[in-house]
Structure formats: structure tokens, C-alpha cells
Design a protein around this ligand. Structure first.
Ligand code: ASP
Length: 366
């Protein structure tokens, strides 16, 4: 074969390869454009944990009137704080060992990745609105305890006692019941039968920290809200009074960004509820959002986020709601029978309470 024939064959081959390449690229681009055009947008939308319909209804009213996702989350959480949803959000619930109610709240702006949060907020009822001030009026992300209270007062909030007859009644009964249940381990006197004060015991074998009977389906709930507004901006937030009979100073998962809630405009958002001392070790809301980035559906991301925790803590109780940027949503739960959550969107003319069945066991790692 002479050089010119060889050149002709190579040129022909190159033309064929280029043509095939061009055809493949055109087909793939076509598929991409087709799938994008057929991705139905279900926005605006709001989803919140549990059957807190008043909250979803307030958030929806805001989104429907062209309000922002941030406003919808703050107002949804605030509605629960005012109406003391289930006694586990807002004032007058979950007294700590001293009988005091303290509040945790979080707000995540998925458009700017700005975050505001308060933990162990004392004597101020509007935790979500204080978290909004942390986001809008400081360069900080999380303020806690007395400092958060002083900040709130400076921002114009009224100081008030968060205890109610019912929270004091609950606390008195707990004291009468030898301070059972409580969150202590490896201390003396034996925390399973006696009240404190406690001291660390000197035994060499320490009981391991486990999830367990203290936080369960009967004694906790957090409102977690995820919202997408008309402009496609996404926000998420939480509000809770934490765990009943917590050790004073305890802050749960709810005000921790990525744990209680998380949002990113180009992906979606998530919000969690349940045993916060366990949840916060795994950042389930962050994980769910990252899983969607990798291609998981909201439901798939929710299930995997819960399973990751259950693999280590089979007695853990928790749930998560997840939405992608198109408004597709899903939820998953573990350690409960079923988990109700509230949805309002252009697809539902009124707030709908959905239920998802929970997993209760996982194969265990050794
Ligand atoms: N996660 C909250 C906490 O541990 C309580 C809950 O959601 O049930 O503070």
C-alpha cells in the first residue's frame, strides 16, 4: 500500500469516527433537553415534619402570596412555637433537670448559604425569629444560652418565663419519680434509680452511650420545614424545645446546620426530627442533600440518611423530609411505626398529611 492510499484510509476513518461522535453527542443532548423540558416543576411547595397542619398552612399562605422561602420557613416554625405544637415546640415544654424550658431553632437560606441559629435560648418565646436575626444581623451562625438571650433582648424581643403549669407539673412528677428517665451514664449514685447530683464513677468498664429509652416516639417532636418559593429559592429550618429532662446546657440536633436542616438552591433541602443526640453525629440533612446531588431521589436520599444512622444505632428513633429543587419530595423514618408529614403545593389545594411507614431493624455491623 502506498502512502497516498494510506492517507486516504486514515482520513476516511477520521471522518467516520467524527460523524459517529457527532451523532452520539446530538442524541445525548436531545435526551438531556427532552428530560429537562419534561421535568415537572412543583413549586412553590412547603413540607414540614409531623401533622403540624397549621404550620404548613401558614407557610403555604406566604408562598402562595409570592413570599420568600425564608419567610415561609420562619412563619411556619413560629406558628408552631405560638401554638406549642405537641408541647414539643415553643414555650412550656420539655423542662430540663432544673425545670426550665429552653429553645433551639435554625434557619438555612439555600440561595446564599447564610445560616442563623440559636441553641438553649432562655426566656424568649420566638426562637425562629431570633435565629433569623442571627442570620440577618450578625456574621455568626449559632448563638447559645444566656448570650443568645441577651442578643434577642438587644434585637427587641421581650424576656418572659417559658415555664407553664403543665411544664412544671411534668417536672414535679419527674422529680417524684426519682428523676426517671434521665440522660446520665457511668455516674454515682446510680442514675437509673436515683436523682443527682452525680459524680463520675470509678469503675473501669464504662457503659457505652447508646440511643434508647429516653428519647422515643412519645416524648419528642421538632418542627422541621423545607420550602421552595416561586423564584425557585429554597430554605429550611427547625424549631424545638428539645428533649424532656435534658441535662441543663444540652443542645440537640435541631439548631445544627446539616443536622436539623439543610438547603442548597441548586439541589434541594431536608429537615430531620428524632433523637437529636444521635442524629447530630451523622448530619442527616446534609447527607440527604449531598445524596440528591449524586443522583438519588428525595425518597432514596431520605432512606439512606436514616439507614446510615440505624446501622450504628439500631434503637434510634428519627425521621426526615427531603425535597429536590423541582419540588419532588420524599420522607423516611426509623424506629417508629409510621411518620406523618404535612405538604402544601400547587398540586395539593389544601395541606395534605402524608404517612410513610418506618423501618425498625437493620442488619448490624460487628
Ligand atoms: N431532635 C430534637 C432534639 O433532640 C427532638 C425531636 O425532634 O424529637 O432536640
Amino acid at each position: 500500500m502506498d502512502a497516498s492510499t494510506c492517507l486516504k484510509i486514515v482520513t476516511k476513518l477520521l471522518v467516520y469516527v467524527s460523524l459517529v461522535f457527532l451523532i452520539i453527542v446530538t442524541i445525548l443532548t436531545g435526551f438531556y433537553i427532552y428530560s429537562r423540558a419534561n421535568t415537572k416543576l412543583i413549586i412553590p411547595i412547603v413540607i414540614n415534619t409531623w401533622a403540624f397542619q397549621n404550620s404548613a398552612s401558614k407557610s403555604w399562605e406566604i408562598l402562595n402570596a409570592n413570599g420568600t422561602a425564608i419567610e415561609a420557613v420562619v412563619e411556619g416554625c413560629s406558628t408552631c412555637e405560638i401554638s406549642q405544637c405537641d408541647g414539643t415546640v415553643g414555650f412550656g415544654g420539655s423542662p430540663d433537670e432544673n425545670g426550665e424550658s429552653t429553645l433551639d431553632a435554625l434557619l438555612v437560606d439555600g440561595a446564599t448559604m447564610n445560616v442563623g441559629a440559636v441553641g438553649g435560648l432562655k426566656r424568649i418565646k420566638q426562637a425562629s425569629k431570633v435565629a433569623q436575626h442571627v442570620m440577618e444581623n450578625t456574621k455568626h451562625t449559632l448563638l447559645v444560652g444566656e448570650g443568645a438571650t441577651q442578643f434577642a433582648i438587644e434585637m427587641g424581643f421581650k424576656e418572659t418565663n417559658l415555664s407553664t403549669n403543665s411544664s412544671l407539673h411534668l417536672w414535679n412528677n419527674w422529680k417524684k419519680n426519682s428523676c426517671q428517665p434521665n440522660f446520665w451514664i457511668n455516674v454515682t449514685p446510680n442514675p437509673e434509680i436515683k436523682c443527682g447530683p452525680y459524680k463520675p464513677h470509678t469503675l473501669r468498664t464504662l457503659k457505652s452511650k447508646s440511643s434508647g429509652s429516653v428519647i422515643n416516639r412519645f416524648n419528642h417532636d421538632t418542627i422541621g420545614v423545607v420550602a421552595i418559593d416561586n423564584r425557585g429559592n429554597i430554605a429550611a429550618g427547625t424549631s424545638t424545645n428539645g428533649a424532656k429532662f435534658k441535662i441543663p446546657g444540652r443542645v440537640g440536633d435541631s439548631p445544627i446546620p446539616g443536622s436539623g436542616a439543610y438547603a442548597m438552591n441548586n439541589i434541594g433541602a431536608a429537615a430531620a426530627t428524632g433523637d437529636g443526640d444521635i442524629l447530630m453525629r451523622f448530619l442527616p440533612s446534609f447527607q440527604a442533600v449531598q445524596l440528591m446531588k449524586q443522583g438519588y431521589s428525595p425518597e432514596g436520599a431520605a432512606i439512606l440518611a436514616m439507614n446510615t444512622i440505624a446501622d450504628y444505632y439500631p434503637e434510634f428513633t428519627g425521621a426526615i423530609v427531603v425535597v429536590d429543587k423541582f419540588g419532588n419530595y420524599g420522607a423516611a423514618c426509623y424506629g417508629l411505626e409510621s411518620f406523618p408529614y404535612s405538604v402544601a403545593s400547587s398540586e395539593h389545594s389544601h395541606v395534605t398529611v402524608m404517612h410513610v411507614k418506618c423501618q425498625n431493624s437493620r442488619p448490624q455491623y460487628q
